[in-house]
Write a protein that binds this ligand. Structure first.
Ligand SMILES: [Zn+2]
Length: 189
């Protein structure tokens, strides 16, 4: 799996562009090959945002040297999650910044998008994953940003840091975390 950035005009018109932009990918994450990876089919997956639920096309590429295939995940998605990065972040914000209950969180998303399919078990998975990623998130900020976090930096503060990081134009926390860290944001630990 490779996380990639799409041009903003595509990100802003996802429902109209179910077949999202195909781009050339150079360099295999599994071996030392630095050339162009072959196109290798595609599949549909669900994207759930605060406002919408729609299928999007995920392209795959294959390395001509090691034969590994890699799904190209747009940076508004976290690998293996149907809810978008922003939706998951919003869910964590409601929980940690506003102390919202699970049912308040579910009602919030249902009122915005009737097909948001956010369950209590989704919320608890988001929270569990985020908490188990805390040491990596601290390491990311201390190593790759001007933002400094310590062991006493709370989960709530880290979510604020992610927003601060993203407030700089073109900064995609999800993409940069993937590019700089040995794994992806919200990965199983
Ligand atoms: Zn390879």
């Amino acid at each position: 799996m490779i996380i990639i950035k799409f041009p903003d005009f595509i990100q802003n018109n996802l429902e109209k562009n179910k077949n999202i932009f195909k781009q050339h990918i150079y360099g295999c994450p599994s071996c030392i090959f630095e050339g162009k990876l072959y196109s290798h089919g595609s599949y549909l997956r669900n994207l759930i945002t605060e406002d919408n639920t729609c299928p999007i096309t995920i392209y795959r590429v294959k390395c001509p040297i090691c034969d590994k295939t890699h799904a190209l995940i747009p940076d508004f998605l976290i690998p293996y999650f149907q809810h978008s990065f922003n939706t998951i972040k919003k869910c964590l914000e409601l929980k940690y910044a506003e102390n919202a209950s699970y049912s308040n969180i579910m009602n919030y998303f249902r009122s915005r998008n009737i097909n948001s399919y956010l369950t209590a078990s989704d919320i608890s998975i988001f929270i569990k994953r985020f908490i188990s990623n805390v040491p990596k998130i601290r390491l990311f900020f201390n190593t790759f940003s001007e933002i400094y976090s310590t062991e006493s930096t709370s989960v709530k503060d880290l979510i604020t840091f992610i927003n601060e990081y993203e407030s700089v134009s073109n900064n995609s926390f999800n993409l940069h975390f993937f590019k700089n860290m040995p794994t992806y944001f919200m990965c199983k630990t």
